[in-house]
Design a protein around this ligand. Structure first.
Ligand SMILES: [Fe+2]
Length: 335
């Protein structure tokens, strides 16, 4: 008798679940503290709960392994190659939404509607205000020039952001050029690659190097951190370009899983993330570039001035990832 009770209770729960399933489950490769303010605002507006699981590594493998039993409705991640990797693993589904297609420019979403960019960011130069004159940093190509010998700091060459940048070098030139460029960049390093982008600004502040490659939004994060503020204030944001083109951009984005158990709520959240309200949170809290036209960048981001975005198709950057990764390993960039 006592054994039957749980079964009865389970049946009751299973039947009752669909009526109370106003929730959406996220697998996020992005730090939960970046996503939580968005989740909270969405829940306050819609009453739909957002459950976030931080998945640091092996997102695609995990979704493949979980298959139809996966609780995940949406994947949030940075980097075009990561987005396409998840799509290529066959664990996403296309999302037809007029809201998404009108809010997000066509260049920042998948033509087959499998992934949608929600923010973009530029990979730029942090330059010492004291030791590098404005205008000294010109192109990405120029970073391999021996004139920078012993003056550049970088995080690991196999980090996603640097692999994407090298992918862009391949797409603009070719693999042979990219390898020579990466070797030149390595030869100019002041120290072995280590740490994240913010650690490179710190190294400039400490006088270890004069320029570093970093993402734009980390400047905002450093300025708002009492311990890191001085690092940010020691550097100037310079926007290098690819010769004859523009500054390298990457995206953060979202995809719906193939097995999404809460499809309606998931679609609502996706659409909401592309709305004015959410795009403003991304801009003001994370210092990322909103993708929706008409939503302003934060004042700090605007203070760095305007720049020309590289015209390269992001899917070309994703496609070049294996070759870029191979080059970084072949030349032992971190060694
Ligand atoms: Fe980042």
């Amino acid at each position: 008798m006592s054994k039957q009770l749980p079964i009865a209770a389970l049946t009751f729960c299973a039947l009752a679940l669909p009526a109370m399933a106003d929730e959406v489950n996220i697998y996020s490769h992005r730090q939960p503290e970046l996503i939580q303010p968005l989740a909270d605002a969405f829940t306050a507006e819609t009453g739909i709960d957002v459950n976030i699981a931080f998945v640091d590594k092996g997102m695609a493998e995990r979704l493949v392994a979980e298959g139809d039993r996966s609780p995940a409705d949406l994947v949030l991640t940075v980097d075009i190659a990561r987005l396409t990797q998840i799509v290529d693993a066959g664990v996403t589904q296309p999302v037809a939404s007029d809201v998404l297609t009108s809010n997000i420019p066509a260049t920042l979403r998948d033509p087959d509607n499998q992934w949608f960019g929600l923010t973009s960011r530029a990979r730029i130069i942090y330059a010492s205000k004291d030791r590098v004159a404005a205008g000294d940093v010109t192109s990405y190509e120029d970073l391999a020039d021996p004139k920078w010998k012993g003056r550049i700091c970088s995080r690991s060459g196999t980090n996603d952001y640097n692999v994407a940048l090298l992918g862009a070098v391949i797409a603009h030139h070719d693999e042979a050029y990219a390898k020579t460029w990466a070797e030149g960049l390595k030869a100019n390093l002041a120290r072995k690659p280590a740490g994240g982008d913010r650690d490179q600004a710190k190294a400039i502040w400490a006088g270890e190097c004069d320029i570093a490659i970093g993402n734009t939004y980390y400047m905002g994060q450093m300025i708002n951190d009492p311990e890191q503020k001085d690092w940010a204030n020691a550097v100037r944001v310079d926007f290098p370009v690819f010769e004859g083109d523009g500054t390298h951009l990457n995206v953060s984005g979202v995809a719906m899983t193939k097995s999404a158990p809460n499809k309606d709520a998931a679609l609502k959240f996706m659409e909401w993330l592309s709305s004015d309200v959410a795009q403003k949170i991304y801009a003001e809290t994370n210092y990322e570039f909103p993708v929706k036209l008409g939503v302003a960048r934060s004042e700090l981001v605007q203070s760095w001035g305007d720049f020309t975005a590289d015209s390269l198709d992001l899917t070309a950057v994703a496609k070049a990832r294996p070759a870029a990764l191979r080059i970084m390993e072949e030349i032992n960039f971190d060694g």
